[in-house]
Design a protein around this ligand. Structure first.
Ligand SMILES: Nc1nc2c(ncn2[C@@H]2O[C@H](COP(=O)(O)OP(=O)(O)O)[C@@H](O)[C@H]2O)c(=O)[nH]1
Ligand SMILES: [Mg+2]
Length: 200
C-alpha cells in the first residue's frame, strides 16, 4: 500500500491505570500477538497501523493511525499533556477483574477532555476472558451513557472485539473530521515526537 493513497492520519492515545491491558490491546491490534508476561511500558512507545475503512456512505478510504502508548500512571502533568496533545481518538481502558481501575475511568476522561475536547473516546472493558470478572457489563453501559462515549468489551488475550474497537474508532474519527472540518492539530500528533527529558 503506497503512502499516496492514505487520505486520513490520526493520533490515538491509550489511557488507564497500570496493567489494565493498554499495551496488550495495541499489540493485539497492530501485531496480532499477546504475551502473558507483564512488561511495564517505559516512557512512550508508538505503533502504526494502516487500514481500509468503509464509510457509512459506502465509499472506502485508507487511514493511518499512530497509536501512542504511555507508561501506566503518568503522574507528571506536563508529560501527560504532551502525550495527549493532538489526539483525535482515545481508548480509556479498565480491567474487569479490578474494580478500582473502573472507578478511575472518570478521572482519565476528565484529564483527556481537558486537552482533547474533540477526541472520539471509547471506554474499554478489557480482560473479559477472565473467569474472575468483578465489574459487570452493566457498569460499562452506565459509563457509556454518563460520559456519552463508546464502550467495548475486549480481550487482548483472545482478540475478542479488538479489531472492531479500533476500526469503529477510526470510522467515527473520519466522520467527526468531516463534520468539524480539518482541525489545525489534525496532523500534529502523527509526526514523530521531539525527544524531551524529565527533570533529573
Ligand atoms: N487474561 C487476560 N490478560 C490480559 C489481557 N490484556 C492484558 N492482559 C495481561 O495483563 C497484564 C498487563 O497488560 P499490559 O498490556 O502490559 O497493561 P498496561 O500496563 O495497561 O499496558 C499482562 O500480564 C497481560 O498479559 C486480557 O485481555 N486478558
Ligand atoms: Mg503498557
Amino acid at each position: 500500500m503506497s503512502t499516496d493513497s492514505i487520505s486520513h492520519m490520526f493520533k490515538l492515545v491509550a489511557l488507564g491505570n497500570g496493567a489494565v491491558g493498554k499495551t496488550s490491546c495495541i499489540k493485539r491490534y497492530t501485531e496480532d500477538s499477546f504475551s502473558e508476561r507483564y512488561i511495564a511500558t517505559i516512557g512512550t512507545t508508538f505503533a502504526l497501523k494502516t487500514l481500509d475503512v468503509v464509510l457509512p456512505s459506502g465509499s472506502s478510504v485508507t487511514a493511518r493511525v499512530v497509536l501512542w502508548d504511555l507508561a501506566g500512571q503518568p503522574t507528571y502533568n506536563e508529560l501527560r499533556r504532551r502525550y495527549m496533545a493532538g489526539a483525535s481518538m482515545a481508548i480509556l481502558v479498565y480491567d474487569v477483574t479490578r474494580p478500582q481501575t473502573f472507578l478511575d475511568i472518570g478521572e482519565w476522561y476528565t484529564k483527556l477532555i481537558t486537552v482533547c475536547p474533540n477526541a472520539v473516546v471509547a471506554v474499554v472493558a478489557n480482560k473479559v476472558d477472565r473467569p474472575d470478572r468483578l465489574v459487570p457489563p452493566e457498569a460499562g453501559n452506565m459509563v457509556k451513557k454518563w460520559l456519552d462515549v463508546f464502550h467495548y468489551e475486549t480481550s487482548a488475550k483472545t482478540g475478542h472485539n479488538v479489531n472492531t474497537l479500533f476500526t469503529d474508532l477510526v470510522t467515527k474519527a473520519i466522520a467527526k473530521q468531516q463534520e468539524l472540518g480539518p482541525l489545525d492539530s489534525a496532523f500534529a500528533g502523527t509526526q514523530p515526537p521531539k525527544p524531551f527529558k524529565l527533570g533529573v
